[in-house]
Structure formats: structure tokens, C-alpha cells
Design a protein around this ligand. Structure first.
Ligand code: SF4
Length: 309
């Protein structure tokens, strides 16, 4: 049986339902790299250029950990996650970076994902199916359709209803899923907030219609899809007065998020000076430093809330 490795990093946190359903329908066995750990991070740091953002460094460590166990590594080239807006440049170039790591470039599967080029996208996934098992066109069509359906279902399941809540601190946590879900990199930030009784709201839980509506009044459309989700979700919480504070989590070396952060800080200030905390992660971020900043922020929010009531 052909084994395909999927790095448990970056776009895995968006598209794994699609990839897994499709690959398994093609008869492949899918294996994931382990959750990020010290060894894997060190490997990524060794392989990457120093100015690359932390999530890409981590990603390269994940790829390296898979190479000896698999026939292929899957790294789709995600160009437009939604119509008329793009992935960040580092994600666009990801397959090219990975090629340099592989013993043979043909061990890389890098089909296109692009909402504006559906035909080319289907053709490239058909090529993957042919490499793996030689599926007939009709069987491929069914596998592809099932994979798209699984993706849609998984995305729908992440969404939730937001409504004004009494009691307890409500915090909007703005950050890419590949950072927030990587407990090694973030020292389990989400869990730590929840353990302290905070209601944590995540960007990926906000409906795309609410994101579109919330970003409509911005002077310019946001060019990058994933940043649009971050900005739109935060604006949605702010405009509807759903949160007591906003935490933006991003990585050192991230160009798009450095712009997102300025935009959000300005917007948070416009809506009644909403408290805003920036947490920038890199490979040296210490747990103790993170906790000190978090505790100080939560104390300030609690004090503010008490004095407002
Ligand atoms: S959006 Fe930022 S963190 Fe994510 S891959 Fe691009 S540069 Fe890296």
C-alpha cells in the first residue's frame, strides 16, 4: 500500500478533512507527523533560513520527520483559499521549499488548491489519484466530491453562535489555527486561558458571512484570505460588544500579521479603547514570560470589569 505523509503543521489545520478523505479514497495510507516537540522544532530551525516565520520552520521539521517513512509527502499549493484573495507568499512557495529537502522531487505531491481555478484544481488532484492508484476518472470524481463534502462538513462543525454572555471574562483570541493549535509552540495558551475560567473565542469559529459583513467598512479589501478571517472575526466581536479584551497571537517574521496587528489595534481603540494584548511567538518564547504577561492582562481585565459594573 502506498503511504502518504501529511505534516501536522500549517494548512493541515485547515484542510486535513479534505486531504485525508481524498487520499484514503485513492487507496493510500495516510500518516501524520507527530505533534510538534523539541527535536522536531530543532530540525526545522536547522533547515530553514533564519528570517522565515516560526510556523514555516516548524513545518519543515515535520516534513523531515516523515521522509524516511513514506512514499510521498503531501504539500498542496494553496493559492486562493477563497475567491479573489490569496494565501501568504510563504504558503504559496511551500512546495518549492520542501522540494529541496526530499531525496527525490517526485516524492512530493503538490496539487493546486484555488477557488478561482476549479478546473485546473480538479485536474491536478486527478494526477495525484493516478500516481497513487490509477483511479478511473469516474472513481476519481466520486473521491474528489466526497473529499470536498468532508471538508465542508468539518468547517461547518467549527462554527458556533456568539451571543452576549454575563459573568466571566470573554476574550477574542486572534491567531492562525496552526499557531493556536500547536500546544508546544504556544505553551498551551488556549487551555491555560480556559483553565482560568475565560471564555475563549476563536477566529475559525466565526461564520464567513459575519466576517464579510464586519470587514465591509474597511477602507480597502484585505488581500490575504487567512488575515481576512483574523481581522473580520475580531471586528465582528468588537462591533457586537461580545468581548472584554482581544489577544492577538502571531509569530516573529510574519509579514501579513504585522499589518493585521496594527489594523486591529487601531480598530480596538476606536470601539471604546478595548484592551489589546499582542503575543509574539518565536523559538525562544519562554513559558514563564508568557504566563506573567497573561496574568497581568487578565488581572487588568477583571479590575476593569469590576469597576465598570
Ligand atoms: S501568514 Fe505569517 S505565519 Fe503564516 S505562513 Fe505566512 S508569514 Fe508565516
Amino acid at each position: 500500500m502506498i503511504i502518504v505523509g501529511v505534516p501536522r503543521a500549517l494548512l493541515y489545520y485547515y484542510y486535513f478533512p479534505f486531504w485525508k478523505t481524498f487520499l484514503e479514497s485513492c487507496g493510500a495510507k495516510v500518516i501524520l507527523s507527530p505533534p510538534t516537540n523539541k527535536r522536531l522544532l530543532e530540525k526545522g530551525l536547522e533547515l530553514a533560513e533564519s528570517e522565515i516565520c516560526l510556523p514555516v520552520k516548524v513545518f519543515l521539521g515535520h516534513v523531515q520527520s516523515l521522509i524516511s517513512q513514506v512514499d510521498f509527502v503531501l504539500v498542496p499549493r494553496v493559492v486562493k483559499p477563497e475567491r479573489r484573495s490569496y494565501s501568504c507568499p510563504k504558503l504559496l512557495g511551500l512546495p518549492d521549499m520542501v522540494k529541496t529537502l526530499l531525496p527525490s522531487p517526485s516524492a512530493l505531491l503538490f496539487p493546486l488548491q484555488d477557488r478561482d481555478r476549479k478546473k485546473e484544481m480538479a485536474e491536478e488532484w486527478f494526477e495525484v489519484a493516478r500516481k497513487l492508484k490509477g483511479l478511473s476518472f469516474w472513481k476519481f470524481k466520486r473521491a474528489y466530491w466526497e473529499a470536498l463534502k468532508a471538508q465542508k462538513k468539518a468547517e461547518k462543525e467549527k462554527k458556533r453562535d456568539f451571543y452576549p454572555r454575563n459573568g466571566g471574562l470573554k476574550i477574542g483570541l486572534v491567531g492562525h489555527p496552526y499557531i493556536l493549535n500547536d500546544t508546544y509552540i504556544t505553551h498551551s495558551l488556549v487551555k491555560r486561558l480556559r483553565e482560568r475560567g475565560v471564555y475563549v473565542y476563536l477566529s475559525e469559529e466565526v461564520e464567513s458571512s459575519q466576517i464579510r459583513k464586519a470587514t465591509r467598512k474597511l477602507p480597502k479589501p484585505i488581500f490575504w484570505s487567512y488575515e481576512k478571517e483574523l481581522v473580520g472575526s475580531a471586528l465582528f466581536w468588537i462591533q457586537n460588544k461580545l468581548i472584554d479584551g482581544l489577544i492577538m497571537v502571531y509569530s516573529f517574521g510574519c509579514g501579513p500579521d504585522s499589518l493585521t496587528q496594527v489594523l486591529l489595534e487601531t480598530e480596538a481603540f476606536k470601539y471604546g479603547e478595548l484592551p489589546f494584548l499582542n503575543l509574539v511567538f518565536d523559538e525562544h518564547t519562554s513559558e514563564a514570560g508568557l504566563l506573567t504577561r497573561l496574568e497581568a492582562f487578565l488581572d487588568m481585565l477583571a479590575w476593569r470589569k469590576l469597576n465598570a459594573s
